[in-house]
Design a protein around this ligand. Structure first.
Ligand code: ZN
Ligand code: ZN
Length: 144
């Protein structure tokens, strides 16, 4: 009697272990599949974000410049270190335009609506008048 009970218990134990191992394998496969899907999704997001940034070719941390030459009007940016380097050698000068090489350039702001550069105006309002909200000269939308 004793032996039969032990045998039955052994079968039950083996059965339970088999079920557990099976479900663990299934879970592992599912987890790996999820991980693979996540990696693929992350890669596609990463690459699309990369090309998007490159297409825009705009870096918020760089200083914005606009060429004032009527025939050129080139928009360009300089990193703060590039600008610092230029000012250390050319005090009180404007960095040259990369297109026409003239130093007829000015610091500019960027319109968030149309992404074009514009020269911010700081005209004081006429006496007794409210200051006019600045608008983008390209698209006419109010800018900050
Ligand atoms: Zn220029
Ligand atoms: Zn605009």
């Amino acid at each position: 009697m004793e032996q039969r009970w032990q045998g039955a218990r052994g079968i039950l134990a083996v059965g339970a272990r088999t079920i557990n191992t099976g479900s663990i394998i299934k879970l592992t496969v599912a987890a790996l599949a999820l991980l693979a899907a996540a990696v693929i999704a992350w890669r596609s997001i990463g690459s699309s974000a990369g090309t998007g940034e490159h297409a825009m070719d705009y870096d918020e941390t760089r200083t914005r410049w606009l060429c004032l030459d009527a025939a050129c009007k080139e928009e360009f940016t300089l990193s703060t270190s590039e600008l610092g380097e230029f000012y250390s050698e050319h005090e009180d000068q404007n960095p040259p335009c990369p297109a026409c090489k003239k130093q007829n350039t000015t610091r500019a702001s960027r319109c968030e609506a149309c992404t074009k550069f514009y020269v911010p105006t700081h005209e004081p309002p006429a006496t007794g008048q409210k200051p006019k909200p600045q608008t983008c000269p390209h698209c006419g939308k109010p800018v900050r």
